[in-house]
Design a protein around this ligand. Structure first.
Ligand code: ADP
Ligand code: MG
Length: 593
């Protein structure tokens, strides 16, 4: 007899090994069962769990159900009604297709299936344990399917011991249910944990579903994204910059109805925010990608959450462009909201600020102080005008008449305060000017447009050898910016002209300051050279905190600010404008409004 070291594993063991890849925790079971309900065309789904799903999971749907013959085979590995050929595999329209879920779940728990199709009067009830069908009976049941999974991992103690506490497992299940709810707004979803109904979402459209899940206030701080390019459609919602989060938790990406994980595509969204977010902040978004299933491989991993796009670059660019367009079309001034710090923490586990802090974004017409409707935002004038030019224009010609007769106030030579109809606007003078200069510089770079003023008497500047080399390296871009300079030897730069934005009296120091900040930005933020130059220059050329301004300078600044594309944040993502409403003040002073 031949002795072999290699042995074929018995079925029961092989199925447990395979099952381990699909079922890692209660949440994976819920995910698979929910996907089956969606594939079955359900319009109403109920999920009931106990102990975070460890001891009990039940998913009930009103979908197409299964005949007795189908129900008996459904628990067999690779049993699926969803594909039957290689062509089908390359053209997946369902969430499931591997025929593994029920088999895997049954291999590790005690399962009871009750299912009835529209054609039969009685339902089939099957009890399965460790892939063996223990019992098949008939019972009364509505059309649809109920799958009950008890004591997950009862026969695999190593797995069972690996599970976290009930709260953590609940949170994982919760996340799964939320994802399915977000990708299937037309399905009513009820989620019960123990004695508690966590939520009961009625059938609705996507806008209302988002509101139902995240709350009205969060819902209204979202910007709609909508774009189509060829067969690729990108839609959904992104948060206004001030609504960003400190972690990446609330980022949802769906591809053809499937929740997917893709660092790269998440980054595409993030990138669209460019300078609108501070470092360490992440946008909140829900993005739906729709494309030809043949252009994407969803069979990368048993969990089906990783996908491979045929042309990921295009997907990346369309997402990024769609989000950028959506952000640019929204010109917003955030309101100051003073909270007493008693906000209750949301039961669903979102941070308390989720529901409150950014509740009051309003789009304010700078001329009238009126709250704008989304439809007329696009008509705001966005053309750019040179700040130095308009500063010298007579006041009456300025288009900015929030209220012509209204005085602007500068406080502490730092902030500009402007009373508007039902509020005061507060503007950070440095941040505002930075934004203006930054956008102008970027646009000058893009159009190779130089705004320079020649110096009457050139300056001879001493630089370190390193800085001279850096200046040398940056010469083309510095010239585009408006510097006119010559380099002599290792330490000398002759400055003959400076950008028009440089204030009189600062000509001699601006280049060294610019170089210092450039180096700092390069080191800390790894900015791309031109963007770095634009940001560093904007910061150094902008009016400083502490510089006094007169009425016409303040008006010109404010006027220019609201002509930029993103007036409400400085190039580093910090706010430049805020609004304090009379209502908020009245509340603070205990007045009834
Ligand atoms: P897959 O979803 O990959 O096909 P599953 O193991 O999840 O594999 O399910 C096997 C089969 O059982 C499915 O193809 C489907 O025909 C049937 N099925 C599973 N769940 C349901 C359900 N809730 N309603 C109707 N049919 C179902
Ligand atoms: Mg399935």
């Amino acid at each position: 007899m031949i002795e072999r070291k290699i042995k074929i594993l018995p079925d029961s063991l092989a199925s447990k090994i395979a099952a381990g890849e699909v079922v890692q925790r209660p949440a994976s079971v819920v995910k698979e069962l929910l996907e089956n309900t969606i594939d079955a065309g359900a319009t109403k789904v109920t999920i009931i769990i106990k102990d975070g799903g460890k001891t009990f999971i039940q998913v009930i749907d009103d979908g197409c159900g299964m005949s007795e013959a189908d129900a008996e085979i459904a628990f067999t590995r690779h049993a699926t009604s969803k594909i039957s050929s290689l062509e089908d595999l390359e053209n997946i329209h369902t969430l499931g297709f591997r025929g593994e879920a029920l088999a895997s779940i049954a291999a590790m728990s005690q399962v009871e299936l009750i299912t009835r199709t529209a054609e039969s009067d009685l339902a089939t009830k099957i009890r399965v344990e460790g892939i063996e069908i223990k019992e098949t009976t008939k019972t009364a049941f509505e059309k649809g399917t109920s799958v009950t999974v008890k004591n997950l991992f009862f026969n695999t103690p190593a797995r069972r011991n690996f599970l976290k506490n009930n709260t953590t497992e609940f949170k994982h299940v919760f996340d799964v249910v939320i994802r399915v709810a977000l990708s299937n707004p037309n399905v009513a979803i009820k989620f019960v944990s123990g004695d508690e109904t966590v939520f009961n979402l009625k059938k609705s459209n996507i806008e209302d579903r988002v509101r139902d899940i995240f709350g009205d206030k969060a819902g209204s701080s979202l910007i709609t994204v909508e774009n189509e390019s060829g067969n690729l459609r990108v839609s959904g919602f992104v948060s206004k910059p001030d609504f960003s989060r400190k972690t990446r938790v609330d980022q949802f990406l769906f591809m053809n109805g499937r929740y997917i994980i893709s660092r790269n595509l998440n980054y595409a969204v993030h990138q669209a925010y460019e300078n609108l977010l501070e470092k360490g902040s992440y946008p909140f978004f829900i993005i739906y990608i729709t494309l030809d299933p043949q252009k994407v491989d969803v069979n990368v991993h048993p969990s089906k959450m990783e996908v491979k796009f045929q042309d990921e670059r295009s997907v990346y660019h369309v997402i990024s462009a769609s989000v950028r367009d959506a952000l640019a079309a929204n010109n917003l001034v955030p309101s100051i909201h003073m909270h007493s710090g008693t906000d209750e923490v949301s039961r669903l586990g979102w941070q308390s600020n989720f529901k409150h802090t950014h509740s009051n974004f309003e789009q304010v017409d700078r001329r009238t102080g009126e709250i704008l409707q989304a439809s007329n935002i696009a008509s705001l004038p966005f053309q750019k005008v040179d700040f130095t030019e308009s500063a010298s224009r007579p006041e009456t010609q300025e288009p900015n008449n929030i209220d012509d007769k209204q005085n602007y106030f500068q406080i502490h030579n730092q902030y500009i305060i402007i009373p508007i109809e039902d509020a005061v606007m507060i503007i950070d003078q440095h941040a505002a000017h930075e934004r203006i200069i930054y956008e102008r510089t970027v646009s000058n770079f893009n159009n190779s447009h130089t705004q320079s003023q020649q110096l009457l008497f050139p300056y001879t500047l001493e630089f370190s050898a390193g800085d001279t080399a850096l200046v040398q390296h940056l010469v083309p871009n510095l010239e585009l910016l408006g510097f006119q300079l010559k380099i002599f030897g290792k330490n000398t730069v002759i400055l003959e002209g400076v950008p028009t934005d440089v204030k009189p009296g600062r000509e001699e120091t601006i280049l060294q300051e610019l170089v210092d900040l450039y180096k700092e930005n390069e080191y800390e933020q790894k900015l791309e050279p031109r963007d770095n130059l634009a940001k560093s220059f904007a910061c150094k050329a902008a009016i400083k905190f502490g510089d006094a301004m007169n009425q016409s300078e303040m008006r010109a600044l404010v006027d220019q600010l609201f002509k930029t594309q993103m007036p409400y944040v400085c190039p580093h993502g910090r706010p430049s404008v805020m609004k304090l409403t009379l209502g908020e003040l009245a509340k603070r002073f205990g007045r009834s409004v």
